[in-house]
Design a protein around this ligand. Sequence first.
Ligand code: SF4
Length: 325
Amino acid sequence: MTLTERQPVLSVRGLSVRFLMPGGRRIAAVTDAHFDVAAGECLALVGESGCGKSVLASALLGLLPANAQTAGEARLGDLDLLSTDEQTLARRVRGRLIGLIPQSPAAHLTPVRTIRSQLEETVAALTGSRGRAARAQAARSAAERAAFPPDHLDRHPHQLSGGLAQRAATSLALVGDAPLLLADEPTTGLDRDLVDRTVDELRRPVDTAGQALLVITHDLAAAERIADRVAVMYAGRLVELADAQAFFGSPGPRHPYSRGLLQALPDRAFSPIPGMPPELGELPDGCAFAARCARATDTCATLPHLTSAGAVACHHPYVQEDLRA
Ligand code: SF4
């Protein structure tokens, strides 16, 4: 069975997030996102800072600010995350259905307590386990699955390196055996060697326990290393959904923005995309990439849509012949 044939763990349909600003101004942070993440699969949601990917993650977790309005659906089990009340999100979703691997592990860990006590407390909160031995065993098991060394369990967060703090935060996310793991910019601030190790460790529960992993990242090299599929976001919209091997290898990305992102990498052409993304409060009616796109024509004044897997939201995507050139 291929990944795309598997039952999705998370199914997002038409997800939009608007922020209502003072004076009645609306900012379209995410518009009409469609994607699935299957068990045993990693989907990397990539794009530059400010493209809306972290807002999308916050929408899934029910952590948007009060001035946010959402539309669409995000199905996880029997719940639509967008219409689930805060009490249910806190009781059933965070930790149990979604394990969050945070952007800043240091900020996520309690500084005055050892990793062991934080893990055991999380075990008690998520599993209701009252037995001390069972709690200790579950805590050790979560640490082991995240490759956190057992002889560091009695250390405090400030006594850990950046890589070990990341593993400690990952251990906490694994305690609840959530079907979906969500990693938000997990490689920010790490040096290249640590990025590779962190990414390999994040991949482990996908391969060993069949958990689904959604990685939000601006780091394309990390996405290439970890992902089965890639979703590219630009100015609040998904512009390309592709198999990772095809996207990073051959034939390569089909959307001009995706192609520009890859060519901006130091180990590729190292040629940055000219111009800047538009402000999310001032998006054009047509393609938001048009002002930066060498392939733009008059047709691009109308909005290109992406609604199905393996698709590209572009009126003039690269085709096989272009990509071989
Ligand atoms: S729709 Fe037009 S402007 Fe937008 S990326 Fe495609 S070719 Fe470029």
